[in-house]
Design a protein around this ligand. Structure first.
Ligand SMILES: Nc1ncnc2c1ncn2[C@@H]1O[C@H](COP(=O)(O)OP(=O)(O)OP(=O)(O)O)[C@@H](O)[C@H]1O
Ligand SMILES: [Mg+2]
Length: 381
């Protein structure tokens, strides 16, 4: 469990397990920074202590502590994630390497910007742009003033999260840990940005096996709970749908404390899957004939504050069969639901990613290219 009482998604060492050898660390970081176009401070403790003044701790995650700090050169506020290097001298943790590699190559308004990387003797610091708070904190703060978030705010945030995820997916990366604590909010500008890429993975076609123990239990897709190791971007869409309901209801629809309870809660709400709703259900690794057969609840029961169009969208995002689940691109075009909030510039801009990372989207669930999609000019809902 983490400090917020939610089970952590990182219960065992991840599936990639790459660790740089000690002698490779500093050289690696410099090469990595150069490749990623980052500033990289010289890897000596004295210089980075002078440049970055840490003020206080703003978050504590499974793999490190996040501080608020100031870049004394520009007086810019930054967030600094500090991760211990492996005490037995085994090098950079693979989670850290993953976060740096993915974030360093991404450039999108709805993805947190990584600014710098520092490796000292015992720890490593990743420097990010600072945002006011995460989405969980934002919702908790707002709940002191109002009972429910205004629907327009929710729609705006959902649209931005979909745009961020769509970009991530078009880079052939699955985030794998979508939850309110990993989405950051710029309150003044009402912009949300996806962060924490510690569990993100590049995926390939044909799919490679990956660990299914990802995504905090509350937001975990049923195929992961049922043991699939071949999964795609659609798992992120499921997590986002659960977050969507949580924003509307001020309550997470599923708050299980173990995997079987998580499955039961989903089945109780959406109905136990069958050969019609999920043809591959019985082939899932942890399928059990004895699963209780629940009928689906009404959507008014599942999400009483969701307007009709939001329910229609949720139905598409929470489809059991991952291959039939709506993609982020498709959701963004859903019946002009997001028309007023979509950032048209992101759709028209040429690809600016330094590595050309976006040129070849591989997702089997992203048949529609976001940049090429045209919205039809009918009324916004
Ligand atoms: N750039 C930032 N600006 C403001 N706050 C941040 C920023 N980055 C992280 N935080 C805060 O720190 C918390 C932990 O950060 P993050 O999720 O990146 O770390 P983590 O170690 O991977 O956490 P966990 O394993 O619990 O998911 C976030 O939930 C958020 O509250
Ligand atoms: Mg996190």
């Amino acid at each position: 469990m983490n400090q917020r009482g939610q089970p952590s998604s990182r219960r065992r060492e991840d599936d990639e397990g790459y660790q740089a050898r000690p002698s490779e660390q500093k050289a690696d970081v410099r090469i990595l920074c150069k490749k990623l176009g980052l500033e990289n401070q010289k890897s000596n403790t004295c210089s980075h202590k002078q440049i970055y003044k840490l003020t206080h701790i703003i978050g504590e995650g499974t793999y490190g502590v996040v501080h608020r700090g100031v870049d004394t050169r520009s007086n810019r506020m930054v967030a600094i994630k500090q991760m211990a290097l492996d005490p037995d001298g085994q090098g950079l943790p693979s989670v850290a390497l993953r976060e740096i590699t993915h974030l360093g190559q991404m450039d999108h308004k709805n993805i947190v910007n990584m600014l710098d990387l520092v490796v000292a003797e015992k720890h490593m610091m990743v420097v990010f742009e600072y945002l006011d708070m995460d989405l969980r904190q934002y919702q908790n703060n707002q709940m002191k003033k109002v009972k429910y978030l205004p629907f327009e705010t929710i729609r705006l945030f959902l649209c931005q999260m979909l745009q961020g995820l769509s970009y991530i997916h078009s880079c052939s990366v699955i985030h794998r840990d979508m939850k309110p604590q990993n989405v950051l909010v710029d309150v003044k500008n009402m912009v949300v940005k996806i962060g924490d890429f510690g569990l993100a993975r590049i995926y390939t076609v044909p799919l490679r096996e990956m660990t299914n123990e990802v995504v905090t239990l509350w937001y975990r897709a049923p195929e992961l709970l049922l043991g699939t190791e071949l999964y795609t971007t659609s798992t992120d869409v499921w997590s986002l749908a659960v977050m969507f309901i949580e924003l509307m209801e001020n309550n997470c629809p599923f708050n299980p404390d173990c995997e079987i309870r998580a499955l039961h809660m989903i089945f109780q709400a959406l109905g136990t899957p069958n050969a019609l709703t999920w043809p591959d259900f019985a082939n899932q690794k942890h399928f059990c004939d004895a699963f209780p057969k629940w009928a689906a609840k009404s959507w008014k029961e599942i999400s009483p504050h969701a307007p009709p169009l939001a329910i229609e969208l949720l139905k598409l995002m929470l489809v059991y069969d991952p291959s039939k689940r709506i993609s982020c691109d498709e959701a963004l075009c859903y019946k002009d639901f997001f028309k007023a909030h979509i950032d048209q510039r992101l759709m028209d801009e040429p690809d600016t990613s330094p590595s050309g990372l976006r040129l070849n989207p591989l997702s089997p669930r992203t048949p529609v290219s976001f940049k090429k999609t045209k919205l039809t000019p009918t009324s916004a809902h």
